[in-house]
Design a protein around this ligand. Structure first.
Ligand SMILES: [Zn+2]
Length: 67
């Protein structure tokens, strides 16, 4: 289980995927959604929106909810 590099909370696969998408695909340490939102100075709902958007696009970094 990976932990957020900022706050140390447990990361979900979505957290890791959106970090790779927005920061760097080669990243080896990650931030959680809260810290990413803070990093970009946006509301966390914007990060959730981005995650949903990338999933809809079928981005392979994200685990798809349905097969
Ligand atoms: Zn965090």
């Amino acid at each position: 289980m990976s932990c957020c590099m900022q706050c140390g909370c447990a990361l979900t696969s979505d957290d890791i995927a959106i970090h790779r998408k927005l920061i760097s695909r080669e990243a080896t340490v990650y931030m959680c959604k809260d810290c990413l939102a803070h990093y970009f100075s946006v509301d966390i709902s914007k990060v959730d929106e981005k995650i949903a958007q990338f999933k809809r696009q079928g981005c392979l970094l994200f685990e798809q909810d349905s097969p």
